[in-house]
Design a protein around this ligand. Structure first.
Ligand code: NAD
Length: 288
């Protein structure tokens, strides 16, 4: 199967690795050549580490790498059977890219979005053939996280849904059908995990000494005693404060400003300041 990935950031590069490992030929596209170079180097590092751990050999590393081509023109994706978009979480930008890619591809080509929170119906509405559009929501890091939410829009054809569902299974992932409602399954259930943690961090009561219930304390409690693999602040830094904030904002708006999903000013300022988390070297924690 010929797979195209639009956006070679955190998610796009991971999804490319998954598809290439499954034996697909993958074209990975980004508007920024630095992002393509970064993705290439990151894959080299990941696969070398897997060799060190004895999980793969040189031959397998070469096979995976040779399945991926890094391209700087969207038109180069014209022959793809399945395109998965993983660019900035912005409806207008995604719609524009979807329209352009559709103009290059055959009528049978499937065009999917890895959006975390936007409505698939609204992305699909930009296409001439909206029945070819579907949500394919991987989790971060895509090569390690088994779950993938498959989100048909009201316009999506059954044939497209079936094809994508079985493709994701053949990539050794666990697909789950999710409804096209804000945040789908996991991101909706997870909103309070981030939101309430941020609220506790922001609240100050008379008599509560500064530093109590700070972000590191909250993370420690949730990890050591809450049974979570990562605390909420570690996870926000891992996801990216820009991405995580935007998802919360979209879910908040989509639920008619339900206060349960109200975004945090602290996280907004972090995103504005470039304190994005691991990917920028600084977020709630320092990674430099
Ligand atoms: P990212 O910022 O790491 O990467 C986005 C990439 O897209 C960048 O390299 C950027 O140069 C590129 N890009 C931007 N506009 C483009 C365009 N018009 N054409 C081509 N490339 C373009 O973002 P990410 O974390 O990989 O998120 C991408 C998508 O995946 C978003 O929709 C996000 O909501 C979703 N998502 C993110 C996570 C996560 O944990 N980060 C998890 C699941 C889904």
């Amino acid at each position: 199967m010929k797979v195209a990935i639009i956006g070679s950031g955190t998610m796009g590069s991971g999804i490319a690795q998954v598809a290439a490992t499954a034996g697909c030929t993958v074209k990975l596209y980004d508007t920024k050549t630095e992002a393509l170079e970064k993705a290439k180097q990151a894959l080299e590092k990941i696969l070398s580490r897997l060799i060190e751990k004895g999980r793969i050999d040189d031959k397998e590393k070469n096979r995976i790498q040779s399945n991926i081509t890094y391209v700087a023109r969207l038109k180069a994706l014209a022959d793809a059977d399945l395109t998965i978009e993983a660019i900035v979480e912005n409806l207008e930008v995604k719609q524009k890219v979807f329209q352009e890619i559709e103009s290059y591809q055959s009528d049978e080509a499937i065009i999917a979005s890895n959006t975390s929170s936007l409505s698939i119906a609204s992305i699909a509405s930009a296409l001439e053939k909206p029945e070819r559009c579907i949500g394919v929501h991987f989790f971060n890091p895509a090569p390690l996280m088994p779950l993938v939410e498959i989100v048909p829009a009201v316009q999506t054809s059954q044939q497209v849904f079936d094809k994508v569902f079985s493709t994701i299974e053949s990539w050794k992932k666990v697909p789950v059908k999710a409804k096209d409602t804000p945040g789908f399954i996991v991101n909706r259930v997870a909103r309070p995990f981030y939101g309430e943690a941020l609220r506790i961090y922001e609240e100050s009561f008379a008599g509560l000494p500064e530093g109590e219930a700070g972000f590191a304390t909250i993370d420690w409690a949730m990890k050591e005693f809450g049974g979570f693999k990562m605390g909420p602040f570690q996870l926000m830094d891992f996801i990216g404060n820009d991405v995580n904030y935007t998802v919360t904002e979209t879910v908040f708006e989509a639920f008619y400003y339900d206060p349960r999903y109200k975004p945090s000013f602290t996280q907004k300022r972090f995103a504005e300041a470039g304190y994005l988390g691991r990917k920028s070297g600084k977020g709630f924690y320092d990674y430099s």
